[in-house]
Ligand binder design. Sequence first.
Ligand code: BES
Ligand code: MN
Ligand code: ZN
Length: 507
Amino acid sequence: MEFKVQRGPLTKQASEVLILGHYEGEGLLPEAASIDKAIGGKIQEVLASEEFTGKFLQTLLLRTDRKIASPRLLLLGLGKRSEVTLDRIRQAAGRAATQIREMKFGQFATQIHGKGLPRIAIQDLAQAMVEGVVLGLYQFQVYKTDRQTLPKEVRECTLVEPDEKKIVEIQMGVLRGRTIAEAVNYVRDLCNTPSNVVTPSRLAEEAKKIASDYHLHLNVLERSDMERLGMGALLGVARGTVEPPKFIVLEYEGAKKRGRPVALIGKSVTFDSGGISLKPAENMEQMKYDMSGGATVLGTMRVAAQLKLPLNIVGILPATDNMPSGTAMHPGDVVTTLSGKTVEVINTDAEGRLCLADALAYAQRYEPMAMIDLATLTGACVVALGHHAMALFGNDPKLNAHVQKASEETGERVWPLPLWEEYYDQIKSEIADLKNTGGRPGGSITAALFLKQFVGETPWVHLDIAGTSWNGERPRPYVPKGSTGTGLRLLVQYLTNLAKQQKSKSR
Ligand code: BES
Ligand code: MN
Ligand code: ZN
């Protein structure tokens, strides 16, 4: 889809439909007032009759009878002015764009919503709007063979701004918004694509493509390499499948000096059947998205390179299927991890922490300044927080705070859970150093505490994205059903903030 930034008044803009934002409980914004005058007071009429109030996400289509350059107007409720946030602007833009597609328009123009609010920069508003549009219009239809019945695509969006001085900022926001949202949609594509296509080998190919498109360094470890290194935990999970596991390492060098990198680690279980501790059939098909963390790391590496972030970043994906078979790991098996610690595998369905144990230990070779892992790790996280927040764990209050700040800025919610030592008893094994399950109480916490045994002294954050990676219910304004691509916007914001902070330190 194409985005244009146009200087001029909205009244003069010729489009299939114009979107006009409106704050609940207020008079018309200047642009709306001049349009309303031109079309004979139709907007005031629907406000007076309360057919349209400007309630958040409300929409109403009006005809202009060609009294302005565009034949139709879509009024868009922005809610109360005092309640406007960037995320609300993102949602409103997403809602308007999907309505426009439903009404079968191919193109639209709009002003920048939320303009002139003292707290929010126009560049950020433009970025949020473009994100809302691109994310909201996402559809996964590669497997629909009847092209005729597919909804028509919206081809073009024009952002109209009368003030010349704002144009460059808007253009910058548009570029950033597009880059980020298209990467989120790339993550969604990978997670929506079934496991017979997105195998560990396919993830390695995706990494290869990113590496060659954006000049990143790529290293893919094969099964034999993992054996040589002693990645017994990941190899244990990979024993049950005929799909070759891949340990994917992507390095982006954006900092001039060879400074310490940030390590991003993503759980990349391309299908989680549970293994011998087989999952029930109901909803098992959804376990194709158990590589969401890894896909998010791939997408984030791509954005970091596209935006030329002045940082060194290493992305790590320990990729494998988790399948039952005659060669699969048995419950009770003991594996030796890369770190040397031994683990008794009580439940083969607690495979994510095994894969991550080796990946977190491997990441330390880079002496990273910070390490963040994303994983669809526990069903318990879905129980605790539902679908609207990732669980945040960490061993470094500063890093936690930085991730929380990025969360607030992007609207990708995180919520902290504790890593108190009292929980450690639950993962002590009778015969090995650790066991891979801690029972039902505090299931997300004991999983995170398990991971903590493999991070050493490195500042580390673990994000459990089990609840936020998949939208199984109804479409939200910029989150269609299926994979959500959660975490990418958060990571990119964290990295952007970090780059800024380092720049100001070095001055
Ligand atoms: N991938 C699952 C966690 C999951 C569940 C993600 C639901 C998304 C939605 C993970 O590998 C798993 O199976 N965890 C087990 C751990 C248990 C056996 C200790 C779980 O949460 O049930
Ligand atoms: Mn599992
Ligand atoms: Zn899993």
